[in-house]
Design a binder for this molecule. Structure first.
Ligand code: AMP
Length: 459
Protein backbone atom coordinates (compact mmCIF):
# COMPACT_ATOMS: atom_id res chain seq x y z
CA UNK A 1 0.00 0.00 0.00
CA UNK A 2 1.61 3.19 -1.13
CA UNK A 3 0.35 6.58 -0.11
CA UNK A 4 1.43 8.85 -2.93
CA UNK A 5 0.05 12.18 -4.08
CA UNK A 6 0.51 14.60 -6.92
CA UNK A 7 0.40 18.33 -7.03
CA UNK A 8 -0.80 20.56 -9.81
CA UNK A 9 2.04 22.13 -11.76
CA UNK A 10 2.41 25.81 -12.44
CA UNK A 11 3.73 27.67 -15.44
CA UNK A 12 6.74 29.92 -15.79
CA UNK A 13 6.18 33.25 -17.58
CA UNK A 14 7.64 31.64 -20.69
CA UNK A 15 5.15 28.79 -20.56
CA UNK A 16 7.24 25.96 -19.13
CA UNK A 17 5.47 23.62 -16.75
CA UNK A 18 6.94 23.43 -13.28
CA UNK A 19 6.21 20.44 -11.11
CA UNK A 20 7.62 18.80 -8.02
CA UNK A 21 9.88 15.83 -8.66
CA UNK A 22 7.53 13.30 -7.07
CA UNK A 23 4.56 14.59 -9.11
CA UNK A 24 6.62 14.29 -12.31
CA UNK A 25 7.46 10.73 -11.43
CA UNK A 26 3.92 9.69 -10.48
CA UNK A 27 2.56 11.25 -13.67
CA UNK A 28 5.15 9.52 -15.86
CA UNK A 29 4.20 6.70 -18.19
CA UNK A 30 6.63 4.31 -16.55
CA UNK A 31 5.00 4.79 -13.14
CA UNK A 32 1.50 4.53 -14.63
CA UNK A 33 2.53 1.22 -16.15
CA UNK A 34 4.13 -0.21 -13.03
CA UNK A 35 1.64 1.15 -10.46
CA UNK A 36 -0.97 -1.59 -10.86
CA UNK A 37 1.71 -4.22 -10.20
CA UNK A 38 3.28 -2.54 -7.19
CA UNK A 39 0.55 -0.73 -5.26
CA UNK A 40 -2.97 -1.21 -4.05
CA UNK A 41 -3.86 2.39 -4.91
CA UNK A 42 -5.32 2.68 -8.41
CA UNK A 43 -3.34 5.23 -10.41
CA UNK A 44 -6.45 7.47 -10.64
CA UNK A 45 -6.52 7.83 -6.85
CA UNK A 46 -2.84 8.83 -6.81
CA UNK A 47 -3.36 11.36 -9.61
CA UNK A 48 -6.42 12.94 -7.97
CA UNK A 49 -5.51 16.53 -7.12
CA UNK A 50 -7.85 16.70 -4.14
CA UNK A 51 -5.64 15.29 -1.40
CA UNK A 52 -8.50 14.39 0.93
CA UNK A 53 -10.33 12.37 -1.69
CA UNK A 54 -7.05 10.84 -2.78
CA UNK A 55 -6.07 9.76 0.73
CA UNK A 56 -9.54 8.40 1.49
CA UNK A 57 -9.61 6.28 -1.66
CA UNK A 58 -6.03 5.05 -1.22
CA UNK A 59 -6.79 3.93 2.33
CA UNK A 60 -10.07 2.37 1.24
CA UNK A 61 -8.46 0.35 -1.54
CA UNK A 62 -5.61 -0.59 0.82
CA UNK A 63 -8.20 -1.93 3.28
CA UNK A 64 -10.19 -3.73 0.60
CA UNK A 65 -6.99 -5.45 -0.57
CA UNK A 66 -5.53 -5.84 2.90
CA UNK A 67 -4.36 -9.40 2.33
CA UNK A 68 -2.20 -8.29 -0.61
CA UNK A 69 -0.41 -5.57 1.28
CA UNK A 70 3.20 -6.57 1.96
CA UNK A 71 4.56 -3.11 2.73
CA UNK A 72 3.27 0.34 3.62
CA UNK A 73 5.04 3.16 1.80
CA UNK A 74 5.19 6.90 1.55
CA UNK A 75 8.10 9.09 0.57
CA UNK A 76 8.48 10.72 4.00
CA UNK A 77 7.34 9.53 7.43
CA UNK A 78 5.24 12.66 7.96
CA UNK A 79 2.75 11.44 5.33
CA UNK A 80 2.31 8.12 7.12
CA UNK A 81 1.76 9.93 10.40
CA UNK A 82 -0.88 12.04 8.74
CA UNK A 83 -2.51 9.01 7.11
CA UNK A 84 -2.85 7.25 10.46
CA UNK A 85 -4.58 10.31 11.87
CA UNK A 86 -6.81 10.40 8.81
CA UNK A 87 -7.67 6.77 9.37
CA UNK A 88 -8.56 7.53 13.00
CA UNK A 89 -10.96 10.21 11.82
CA UNK A 90 -12.49 8.19 8.98
CA UNK A 91 -12.44 4.48 9.86
CA UNK A 92 -16.14 4.43 10.69
CA UNK A 93 -17.02 5.85 7.29
CA UNK A 94 -14.55 3.57 5.49
CA UNK A 95 -16.13 0.55 7.20
CA UNK A 96 -19.59 1.73 6.26
CA UNK A 97 -18.51 1.98 2.59
CA UNK A 98 -17.10 -1.54 2.76
CA UNK A 99 -20.23 -2.84 4.49
CA UNK A 100 -22.63 -1.37 1.94
CA UNK A 101 -20.42 -1.60 -1.13
CA UNK A 102 -21.12 2.09 -1.84
CA UNK A 103 -18.53 4.84 -1.95
CA UNK A 104 -19.28 8.03 0.06
CA UNK A 105 -20.99 10.77 -1.94
CA UNK A 106 -18.35 13.37 -1.15
CA UNK A 107 -15.88 11.46 -3.33
CA UNK A 108 -16.75 13.36 -6.46
CA UNK A 109 -13.56 12.97 -8.48
CA UNK A 110 -14.64 10.85 -11.48
CA UNK A 111 -11.27 9.07 -11.75
CA UNK A 112 -11.44 8.03 -8.07
CA UNK A 113 -15.10 6.96 -8.30
CA UNK A 114 -14.51 4.82 -11.38
CA UNK A 115 -11.32 3.21 -10.12
CA UNK A 116 -12.72 2.46 -6.65
CA UNK A 117 -15.94 1.06 -8.11
CA UNK A 118 -13.86 -1.65 -9.82
CA UNK A 119 -12.57 -2.80 -6.42
CA UNK A 120 -15.52 -1.98 -4.17
CA UNK A 121 -17.81 -4.23 -6.18
CA UNK A 122 -20.12 -5.66 -3.50
CA UNK A 123 -21.16 -5.23 0.12
CA UNK A 124 -18.61 -6.96 2.34
CA UNK A 125 -19.98 -6.99 5.92
CA UNK A 126 -17.41 -9.58 7.12
CA UNK A 127 -14.48 -7.37 6.16
CA UNK A 128 -16.25 -4.30 7.60
CA UNK A 129 -16.78 -6.18 10.90
CA UNK A 130 -13.13 -7.22 11.06
CA UNK A 131 -11.85 -3.69 10.44
CA UNK A 132 -14.40 -2.19 12.80
CA UNK A 133 -13.36 -4.61 15.50
CA UNK A 134 -9.67 -3.73 15.06
CA UNK A 135 -10.20 0.04 14.84
CA UNK A 136 -12.76 0.09 17.66
CA UNK A 137 -10.13 -1.12 20.10
CA UNK A 138 -9.30 1.39 22.82
CA UNK A 139 -5.60 1.28 21.99
CA UNK A 140 -4.29 1.63 18.47
CA UNK A 141 -0.97 0.08 19.37
CA UNK A 142 0.08 -2.17 16.48
CA UNK A 143 -2.84 -1.04 14.28
CA UNK A 144 -0.75 -1.37 11.10
CA UNK A 145 0.15 -4.97 11.84
CA UNK A 146 -3.47 -5.74 12.71
CA UNK A 147 -5.01 -4.11 9.65
CA UNK A 148 -2.37 -5.35 7.22
CA UNK A 149 -1.19 -8.64 8.71
CA UNK A 150 1.02 -9.52 5.73
CA UNK A 151 2.99 -6.25 5.91
CA UNK A 152 6.68 -7.03 6.20
CA UNK A 153 7.97 -3.49 6.52
CA UNK A 154 7.12 0.20 6.55
CA UNK A 155 8.97 1.95 3.77
CA UNK A 156 9.47 5.64 4.33
CA UNK A 157 12.23 8.14 5.04
CA UNK A 158 12.48 8.40 8.81
CA UNK A 159 15.91 9.98 9.23
CA UNK A 160 16.70 13.66 9.80
CA UNK A 161 13.61 15.73 10.63
CA UNK A 162 11.50 12.63 10.05
CA UNK A 163 13.13 10.88 13.02
CA UNK A 164 10.50 12.60 15.16
CA UNK A 165 8.02 10.05 13.76
CA UNK A 166 10.01 6.93 14.62
CA UNK A 167 8.41 6.27 18.00
CA UNK A 168 4.95 6.98 16.61
CA UNK A 169 5.44 4.58 13.69
CA UNK A 170 6.94 2.00 16.06
CA UNK A 171 3.86 2.28 18.24
CA UNK A 172 1.35 1.99 15.40
CA UNK A 173 3.49 -0.51 13.48
CA UNK A 174 3.42 -3.12 16.23
CA UNK A 175 6.81 -4.57 15.35
CA UNK A 176 6.68 -4.10 11.57
CA UNK A 177 10.26 -2.92 10.78
CA UNK A 178 10.83 0.65 9.66
CA UNK A 179 12.93 0.90 6.53
CA UNK A 180 14.33 4.24 5.42
CA UNK A 181 15.18 3.38 1.83
CA UNK A 182 17.07 6.28 0.34
CA UNK A 183 18.38 9.78 0.61
CA UNK A 184 17.81 12.21 -2.18
CA UNK A 185 16.40 15.52 -3.21
CA UNK A 186 14.81 17.16 -6.19
CA UNK A 187 18.30 17.89 -7.44
CA UNK A 188 19.55 14.32 -7.45
CA UNK A 189 19.36 10.96 -5.76
CA UNK A 190 22.31 10.73 -3.38
CA UNK A 191 22.34 7.37 -1.70
CA UNK A 192 20.53 4.21 -0.75
CA UNK A 193 20.29 2.24 2.47
CA UNK A 194 22.12 -1.04 1.92
CA UNK A 195 21.22 -2.29 5.37
CA UNK A 196 17.44 -1.80 5.36
CA UNK A 197 16.82 -3.42 8.72
CA UNK A 198 19.34 -1.29 10.58
CA UNK A 199 18.16 0.63 13.63
CA UNK A 200 16.26 3.69 12.31
CA UNK A 201 18.48 5.96 14.40
CA UNK A 202 21.63 4.50 12.83
CA UNK A 203 20.78 4.50 9.14
CA UNK A 204 23.60 5.35 6.75
CA UNK A 205 23.17 5.91 3.04
CA UNK A 206 25.69 4.61 0.53
CA UNK A 207 26.30 7.27 -2.07
CA UNK A 208 25.77 6.37 -5.72
CA UNK A 209 28.74 7.79 -7.62
CA UNK A 210 26.97 7.82 -10.97
CA UNK A 211 24.00 9.98 -9.97
CA UNK A 212 25.81 13.32 -9.95
CA UNK A 213 29.25 14.74 -9.28
CA UNK A 214 29.48 14.97 -5.51
CA UNK A 215 31.75 17.16 -3.47
CA UNK A 216 31.88 17.55 0.26
CA UNK A 217 32.53 20.71 2.15
CA UNK A 218 33.98 19.94 5.60
CA UNK A 219 31.84 21.24 8.46
CA UNK A 220 33.35 21.94 11.83
CA UNK A 221 30.63 20.50 14.08
CA UNK A 222 32.66 20.79 17.28
CA UNK A 223 33.98 24.20 16.50
CA UNK A 224 30.37 25.21 16.26
CA UNK A 225 27.71 25.32 13.67
CA UNK A 226 29.22 28.68 12.81
CA UNK A 227 31.51 27.06 10.29
CA UNK A 228 28.49 25.61 8.58
CA UNK A 229 27.43 29.06 7.59
CA UNK A 230 30.53 29.28 5.51
CA UNK A 231 31.36 32.37 3.54
CA UNK A 232 30.04 30.65 0.52
CA UNK A 233 28.48 33.99 -0.28
CA UNK A 234 26.85 33.71 3.11
CA UNK A 235 23.79 31.84 1.95
CA UNK A 236 22.94 28.19 1.56
CA UNK A 237 21.61 26.48 -1.50
CA UNK A 238 23.06 28.49 -4.30
CA UNK A 239 25.55 28.18 -7.08
CA UNK A 240 29.13 29.21 -6.74
CA UNK A 241 32.41 28.33 -8.28
CA UNK A 242 34.42 29.39 -5.25
CA UNK A 243 33.93 27.14 -2.26
CA UNK A 244 35.72 27.88 0.97
CA UNK A 245 34.71 27.26 4.52
CA UNK A 246 34.60 29.74 7.37
CA UNK A 247 38.41 29.79 7.64
CA UNK A 248 38.62 30.54 3.99
CA UNK A 249 41.24 27.89 3.33
CA UNK A 250 39.56 24.51 3.17
CA UNK A 251 37.92 23.71 -0.10
CA UNK A 252 35.56 20.88 -0.85
CA UNK A 253 36.87 17.36 -1.12
CA UNK A 254 35.70 14.79 -3.61
CA UNK A 255 34.50 11.23 -3.15
CA UNK A 256 37.99 9.79 -2.80
CA UNK A 257 39.12 12.12 -0.06
CA UNK A 258 36.40 12.08 2.57
CA UNK A 259 37.44 11.05 6.09
CA UNK A 260 35.71 8.76 8.52
CA UNK A 261 33.90 10.56 11.34
CA UNK A 262 34.08 13.94 9.59
CA UNK A 263 31.01 16.11 8.97
CA UNK A 264 30.36 17.47 5.51
CA UNK A 265 27.96 19.59 3.63
CA UNK A 266 27.05 17.97 0.34
CA UNK A 267 27.57 19.91 -2.90
CA UNK A 268 26.34 18.57 -6.24
CA UNK A 269 26.97 19.18 -9.88
CA UNK A 270 24.16 17.51 -11.78
CA UNK A 271 23.52 16.24 -15.27
CA UNK A 272 20.63 18.69 -15.54
CA UNK A 273 22.93 21.65 -15.13
CA UNK A 274 23.30 22.63 -11.49
CA UNK A 275 26.90 23.57 -10.81
CA UNK A 276 28.29 23.09 -7.32
CA UNK A 277 24.86 23.44 -5.81
CA UNK A 278 24.71 23.42 -2.02
CA UNK A 279 21.84 21.22 -1.01
CA UNK A 280 22.00 22.49 2.56
CA UNK A 281 22.32 19.13 4.34
CA UNK A 282 24.99 18.16 6.85
CA UNK A 283 26.14 14.53 6.75
CA UNK A 284 28.57 12.44 8.78
CA UNK A 285 30.83 9.88 7.15
CA UNK A 286 30.25 6.55 8.87
CA UNK A 287 31.91 4.02 6.56
CA UNK A 288 32.42 2.75 3.05
CA UNK A 289 30.81 0.20 0.79
CA UNK A 290 33.63 -0.79 -1.54
CA UNK A 291 34.92 2.70 -2.26
CA UNK A 292 31.62 4.50 -1.96
CA UNK A 293 31.24 6.61 1.14
CA UNK A 294 28.35 5.98 3.50
CA UNK A 295 26.83 8.93 5.27
CA UNK A 296 24.46 9.44 8.12
CA UNK A 297 22.09 12.36 7.68
CA UNK A 298 22.73 14.85 10.48
CA UNK A 299 20.61 17.90 9.87
CA UNK A 300 19.44 20.56 7.52
CA UNK A 301 21.69 23.49 7.91
CA UNK A 302 19.36 26.42 7.71
CA UNK A 303 16.88 25.35 10.33
CA UNK A 304 18.44 26.89 13.40
CA UNK A 305 16.68 28.56 16.26
CA UNK A 306 18.58 31.66 17.15
CA UNK A 307 18.45 34.26 19.90
CA UNK A 308 21.31 36.53 20.92
CA UNK A 309 24.53 34.50 20.51
CA UNK A 310 22.77 31.16 20.63
CA UNK A 311 22.19 28.97 17.61
CA UNK A 312 20.39 25.74 18.29
CA UNK A 313 20.62 23.33 15.40
CA UNK A 314 17.94 20.96 14.18
CA UNK A 315 19.91 17.95 15.42
CA UNK A 316 20.36 19.49 18.90
CA UNK A 317 16.67 20.31 19.11
CA UNK A 318 15.64 16.83 17.98
CA UNK A 319 17.92 15.33 20.62
CA UNK A 320 16.63 17.61 23.39
CA UNK A 321 13.00 16.92 22.53
CA UNK A 322 13.79 13.21 22.27
CA UNK A 323 14.99 13.33 25.90
CA UNK A 324 11.78 15.01 27.05
CA UNK A 325 9.72 12.54 25.03
CA UNK A 326 11.30 9.64 26.86
CA UNK A 327 10.02 11.20 30.08
CA UNK A 328 6.46 11.38 28.73
CA UNK A 329 6.14 8.00 27.05
CA UNK A 330 5.95 5.85 30.21
CA UNK A 331 3.04 8.05 31.29
CA UNK A 332 1.06 6.98 28.24
CA UNK A 333 1.61 10.08 26.09
CA UNK A 334 2.82 10.20 22.55
CA UNK A 335 4.37 13.24 20.97
CA UNK A 336 2.76 13.13 17.54
CA UNK A 337 4.79 15.95 16.09
CA UNK A 338 6.45 19.23 17.07
CA UNK A 339 7.85 22.49 15.84
CA UNK A 340 9.41 25.58 17.36
CA UNK A 341 10.19 29.23 16.84
CA UNK A 342 12.21 31.98 18.43
CA UNK A 343 9.83 34.44 20.11
CA UNK A 344 11.65 37.74 20.07
CA UNK A 345 8.82 40.24 20.37
CA UNK A 346 9.64 40.65 24.05
CA UNK A 347 13.07 41.08 25.63
CA UNK A 348 14.69 38.76 26.48
CA UNK A 349 13.40 36.44 23.77
CA UNK A 350 12.57 32.80 24.31
CA UNK A 351 12.29 29.58 22.39
CA UNK A 352 8.75 28.33 22.00
CA UNK A 353 7.94 24.70 21.29
CA UNK A 354 4.66 23.52 19.80
CA UNK A 355 3.70 19.97 20.66
CA UNK A 356 0.79 17.89 19.44
CA UNK A 357 0.26 15.20 22.05
CA UNK A 358 -1.99 12.22 22.31
CA UNK A 359 -2.77 9.47 24.75
CA UNK A 360 -1.81 6.02 23.58
CA UNK A 361 -5.30 4.88 24.43
CA UNK A 362 -7.31 6.71 21.84
CA UNK A 363 -10.45 7.13 23.91
CA UNK A 364 -8.79 8.90 26.82
CA UNK A 365 -8.93 12.64 26.52
CA UNK A 366 -5.78 14.58 26.98
CA UNK A 367 -5.38 15.95 30.50
CA UNK A 368 -1.99 17.38 31.19
CA UNK A 369 -0.24 17.60 34.51
CA UNK A 370 1.43 21.02 34.71
CA UNK A 371 4.33 19.67 36.77
CA UNK A 372 5.16 17.00 34.23
CA UNK A 373 4.95 19.41 31.34
CA UNK A 374 7.19 21.87 33.16
CA UNK A 375 9.65 19.05 33.75
CA UNK A 376 9.64 18.44 29.99
CA UNK A 377 10.53 22.10 29.45
CA UNK A 378 13.42 21.75 31.91
CA UNK A 379 14.65 18.55 30.26
CA UNK A 380 14.72 20.28 26.87
CA UNK A 381 16.63 23.24 28.32
CA UNK A 382 19.07 21.02 30.17
CA UNK A 383 19.74 19.09 26.97
CA UNK A 384 20.69 22.21 25.01
CA UNK A 385 24.28 23.33 24.76
CA UNK A 386 26.54 25.42 26.98
CA UNK A 387 25.89 28.65 25.05
CA UNK A 388 22.14 28.32 25.54
CA UNK A 389 22.50 27.58 29.23
CA UNK A 390 24.92 30.47 29.79
CA UNK A 391 22.57 32.88 28.07
CA UNK A 392 19.66 31.57 30.13
CA UNK A 393 21.67 32.00 33.29
CA UNK A 394 22.55 35.54 32.27
CA UNK A 395 18.87 36.15 31.52
CA UNK A 396 19.61 36.92 27.91
CA UNK A 397 17.18 34.18 26.94
CA UNK A 398 13.93 33.77 28.86
CA UNK A 399 12.39 30.50 30.08
CA UNK A 400 11.51 28.03 27.35
CA UNK A 401 7.80 27.89 26.61
CA UNK A 402 5.87 24.80 25.60
CA UNK A 403 2.55 25.29 23.80
CA UNK A 404 0.41 22.21 23.49
CA UNK A 405 -1.83 22.29 20.44
CA UNK A 406 -5.04 20.43 19.73
CA UNK A 407 -5.40 17.37 17.50
CA UNK A 408 -5.15 18.35 13.83
CA UNK A 409 -3.16 21.57 14.28
CA UNK A 410 -0.12 20.16 12.50
CA UNK A 411 -2.37 18.94 9.68
CA UNK A 412 -3.46 22.56 9.35
CA UNK A 413 0.22 23.56 9.23
CA UNK A 414 0.85 21.03 6.46
CA UNK A 415 -2.22 22.34 4.60
CA UNK A 416 -0.88 25.85 5.00
CA UNK A 417 2.47 24.95 3.44
CA UNK A 418 0.76 22.92 0.70
CA UNK A 419 -1.41 25.96 -0.09
CA UNK A 420 1.82 27.95 -0.43
CA UNK A 421 3.21 25.49 -2.97
CA UNK A 422 4.74 22.61 -0.97
CA UNK A 423 4.06 19.07 -2.12
CA UNK A 424 2.45 16.65 0.36
CA UNK A 425 4.83 13.90 -0.74
CA UNK A 426 7.90 16.00 -0.14
CA UNK A 427 6.59 17.87 2.90
CA UNK A 428 8.93 18.01 5.88
CA UNK A 429 7.40 19.26 9.10
CA UNK A 430 9.63 22.24 9.87
CA UNK A 431 11.55 21.82 13.12
CA UNK A 432 11.90 25.57 13.43
CA UNK A 433 9.53 28.06 11.91
CA UNK A 434 10.44 31.50 10.67
CA UNK A 435 7.20 32.44 8.91
CA UNK A 436 4.84 34.53 11.04
CA UNK A 437 1.86 33.18 9.14
CA UNK A 438 2.87 29.60 9.96
CA UNK A 439 3.31 30.51 13.64
CA UNK A 440 -0.22 31.96 13.53
CA UNK A 441 -1.56 28.64 12.24
CA UNK A 442 0.02 26.82 15.18
CA UNK A 443 -1.01 29.48 17.69
CA UNK A 444 -4.62 29.12 16.62
CA UNK A 445 -4.54 25.53 17.88
CA UNK A 446 -2.91 26.18 21.28
CA UNK A 447 -4.81 24.67 24.21
CA UNK A 448 -2.30 25.02 27.05
CA UNK A 449 1.00 26.74 27.74
CA UNK A 450 3.79 25.78 30.10
CA UNK A 451 7.08 27.42 31.02
CA UNK A 452 10.33 26.03 32.24
CA UNK A 453 10.52 26.68 35.97
CA UNK A 454 14.28 26.33 35.86
CA UNK A 455 16.34 29.45 36.46
CA UNK A 456 19.88 28.20 37.05
CA UNK A 457 21.72 25.82 34.79
CA UNK A 458 25.40 26.16 35.34
CA UNK A 459 25.59 25.89 39.14
P1 AMP B 1 13.09 17.81 -1.78
O1 AMP B 1 14.02 18.44 -2.74
O2 AMP B 1 11.88 18.58 -1.45
O3 AMP B 1 12.80 16.43 -2.16
O4 AMP B 1 13.85 17.72 -0.37
C1 AMP B 1 15.12 17.18 -0.29
C2 AMP B 1 15.57 17.26 1.14
O5 AMP B 1 14.84 16.33 1.94
C3 AMP B 1 17.01 16.86 1.31
O6 AMP B 1 17.90 17.90 0.99
C4 AMP B 1 17.02 16.50 2.79
O7 AMP B 1 17.09 17.65 3.60
C5 AMP B 1 15.66 15.85 2.98
N1 AMP B 1 15.80 14.39 2.83
C6 AMP B 1 15.65 13.65 1.74
N2 AMP B 1 15.89 12.35 1.99
C7 AMP B 1 16.23 12.30 3.29
C8 AMP B 1 16.63 11.26 4.15
N3 AMP B 1 16.71 9.99 3.74
N4 AMP B 1 16.90 11.55 5.44
C9 AMP B 1 16.80 12.83 5.89
N5 AMP B 1 16.43 13.84 5.11
C10 AMP B 1 16.17 13.60 3.83
Amino acid sequence: MSLFFVKKGSETPSGLTVRTLSSCYFMSDSFKKSAPKICTSPIETILCLDHKQSMYCQLLTGLLRRDHVVSISSIFGSVLARSIKFLEDHWNELCSNIRTGCLSDWITDPGCRNAVSLILTRPNPELADTIEHICGNESWEGIIKKLWPEAKYINSVITGTMSQYISLLDFYGGGVPLVSPSYGSSESTFGINLNPLSNPYDVSYTFLPNMAYFEFLPVDKDGGEKAQESDFDGVSSQWSSEITNANGNVGPVDFANVKLGQYYEVVVTTFTGLYRYRVGDVLKLTGFHNNSPQFQFVERQNTVLSIDMDKTSEADLLKAIGNAKRHLEPLGFMLMTFSSYAETSSIPGRYVLFWELKFKESTRCLKLDAKIMEQCCSIVEESLDFTYKSLREANKIAALELRVVKHGTFDALMDFYVSKGASINQYKTPCCIKSEEAVKVLNSGVVEKFFSPKTFFLS
